[in-house]
Design a protein around this ligand. Structure first.
Ligand SMILES: C[S@@+](CC[C@H](N)C(=O)[O-])C[C@H]1O[C@@H](n2cnc3c(N)ncnc32)[C@H](O)[C@@H]1O
Length: 226
């Protein structure tokens, strides 16, 4: 579970504050708040934010705001920033990736940690032309994914029985590419791994998790990787 990962990698010296970028319907933020953390979730979809607010109900320690993760300007710093479940892949070019990493950096306390995951090209190539009908109470939806190797974009569609339709466009990123952009922004990479068990990233990894740290004031840490 992503929340367990966040709790495991919380910096020792933290004030319990977490910013969840692209929070969707708020599952991760709500889980973390239930574990006693003070969480702010942002998403650029008003529908997602409305559902997150309904799910939160009267739970304290969590709030949701409509904002773009490229420039959220929250006027507050956090011990941890998260961006979970391939939300990073919704950014369709390196320039936006760098903007988002910079906004995560800006919103972290010194020694704060940025914890996120992303899909590599393997994830989309392995599942190219994926198609499944999923049954819902009282209906169904067709879930399809196609990966275009010319544009390097994955198109995932959800077509509901009542005619409603959603299209998600994602771009894969590779480990070294992401590490380089994080380092350009000023982060130190503490850990990279390929699954919730913490196994090392391999060439064929389809998903990668990263824990990066904003350096403390005036302190240069040695890099530790696994
Ligand atoms: C895979 S879903 C959300 C996953 C969510 N983090 C979770 O754990 O359930 C991706 C989300 O990214 C949001 N999103 C995509 N681009 C965004 C951006 N530039 N700023 C904020 N949210 C964004 C979408 O609205 C969507 O809710």
């Amino acid at each position: 579970m992503f929340s367990e990962l966040v709790i495991k990698f919380m910096p020792d010296d933290n004030d319990g504050s977490i910013l969840d970028l692209a929070c969707g319907t708020g599952s991760l933020a709500i889980n973390l708040a239930k574990n006693g953390y003070d969480v702010t979730g942002i998403d650029m979809s008003s529908e997602m934010i409305e559902i997150a607010k309904l799910k939160k109900n009267s739970l304290r320690g969590v709030r949701f705001e409509l904002a773009n993760m490229l420039n959220p300007n929250l006027d507050k710093r956090f011990s941890v920033v998260t961006c979970a479940f391939d939300s990073v892949n919704y950014l369709l070019n390196e320039s936006d990736l760098k903007k988002m990493f910079s906004s995560a950096y800006k919103h972290l306390n010194p020694k704060g940690r940025f914890i996120f995951d992303f899909n590599t090209e393997k994830a989309y190539k392995n599942n190219n032309n994926f198609e499944i009908r999923r049954i819902l109470p009282g209906g169904y939806y067709d879930h399809k994914m196609q990966y275009d190797t010319n544009t390097n974009l994955a198109h995932t569609s959800f077509e509901f029985y009542d005619g409603q339709w959603e299209l998600h466009i994602q771009k894969p990123y590779e480990h070294q590419q992401v590490v380089e952009i994080l380092e350009e922004v000023g982060f130190e990479i503490l850990f990279s791994f390929k699954n919730f068990k913490g196994e090392p990233v391999k060439k064929e990894s389809d998903r990668i998790f990263i824990v990066a740290e904003k350096p403390g004031i005036g302190i240069k840490k040695n890099m530790v990787k696994y």
